[in-house]
Design a binder for this molecule. Structure first.
Ligand code: SF4
Length: 111
């Protein structure tokens, strides 16, 4: 074995580790976020009280709006996610909501 073989093997090994690292980062970034039209699941009700759950249900909240013109991100009541979170909030009830979501409380943001 000469120095060139060793160097080539080391290079290919590093290339493989680099590719795995890039794949892992991409998988983490995609986790829980909207991709290809799929809305993130915003259904973690940890710490959300029954009254807020009832309001959410009575307004028929869904993670994916049937009307692209009426999504939470276009609603006056929407609060954008913070700190890299996948889900935002709604001023009408506690709990996570999707930017792609909708409910009967939709009110369009002023143009
Ligand atoms: S009121 Fe409804 S449509 Fe508007 S942000 Fe809240 S959940 Fe979304």
């Amino acid at each position: 074995m000469n120095a060139n073989n060793s160097s080539r093997r080391e290079f290919l090994s590093r290339l493989g580790i680099g590719a795995l690292s890039i794949g892992a980062i991409a998988a983490v970034q995609a986790c829980g976020k909207s991709e290809g039209g799929a809305a993130p699941k915003c259904d973690d009700m940890t710490g959300v009280d029954d009254a807020a759950k009832a309001t959410r249900a009575s307004l028929k909240y869904v993670d994916k709006s049937a009307d692209p013109a009426k999504t939470c991100s276009k609603c006056l009541q929407y609060s954008a996610p913070e700190g890299g979170a996948a889900c935002g909030g709604c001023k009408l009830f506690k709990g996570p909501v999707s930017a792609d979501g909708n409910c009967q409380g939709f009110a369009p943001k002023p143009a």
